[in-house]
Ligand binder design. Structure first.
Ligand SMILES: [Zn+2]
Length: 224
């Protein structure tokens, strides 16, 4: 079963409840890990590393509360480093603009969201895009066919077919690919329609997308 690791502070119940609701009923396991558990000794670096390495993606919730806790900030940076070869999604609530300074350089996506119903379909698409429940049977089938082909070529072919199936069935929101004008970091941003500016998670500077409105219009309007 596909797994998404969510790193968050115990103060961020709103996004935990939101993601739990969005992920309910999917074939993707959402694993929530409180940063405070590390400090209190309930979690260890070894356990977290194992959880991250067995996950398909990592969501990092950055908030002003997290920004004020030096130890948690350091752990977030460490976690994103461990997850560097996976899809790291940095989630920053749009109302927190200008209040967050947590640096997470190893990101692939930045989402400036609000935990409203308008964003449910978008987050559901992200979560569902990691669902590999339909991929495993295809890989098994490919492997079986490939069994007649020597030297393991069949397994490779089977995996290729499986990946193609995954691509066709699950469309992951790609956001807008960007390169920070200040630090040259490359990642994708997912922004509300009316908010073309964002904080670069790598250098902490404000970046404004120079795009036509229809491009940003792929995202839900931030209600409220
Ligand atoms: Zn930057």
């Amino acid at each position: 079963m596909a797994k998404i690791f969510v790193s968050h502070s115990q103060h961020d119940r709103h996004i935990v409840d939101f993601l739990a609701r969005v992920g309910a009923g999917t074939q993707v396991q959402i694993v929530f890990e409180e940063l405070e558990g590390i400090v209190s000794g309930k979690m260890t670096a070894e356990k977290i590393r194992a959880d991250i390495e067995s996950s398909n993606a990592v969501f990092v919730v950055v908030t002003p509360q997290l920004a004020s806790l030096a130890h948690s900030r350091d752990w977030v940076s460490w976690e994103t480093g461990v997850a560097a070869h996976r899809d790291v999604w940095v989630l920053e609530q749009r109302g927190d603009a200008g209040k967050v300074e947590v640096v997470t350089p190893a990101l692939k996506h930045l989402v400036r969201y609000d935990a409203s119903d308008a964003w449910v379909p978008y987050f559901r698409s992200i979560i569902m895009s990691y669902d590999d429940s339909h991929v495993l049977p295809a890989m098994v089938a490919g492997g079986t066919v490939g069994g007649a082909i020597r030297k393991g070529e069949g397994a490779v072919i089977g995996a290729g077919i499986a990946l193609l199936v995954a691509t066709l069935l699950n469309q992951r929101p790609q956001g807008v690919a960007t390169c920070c004008a200040h630090c040259s970091s490359r990642y994708s941003v997912h922004l509300p329609i009316d908010e073309p500016s964002f904080r670069c998670p790598t250098c902490n500077k404000v970046v404004t997308l120079q795009l036509a409105p229809p491009v940003l219009g792929i995202l839900p309007s931030a209600a409220g």
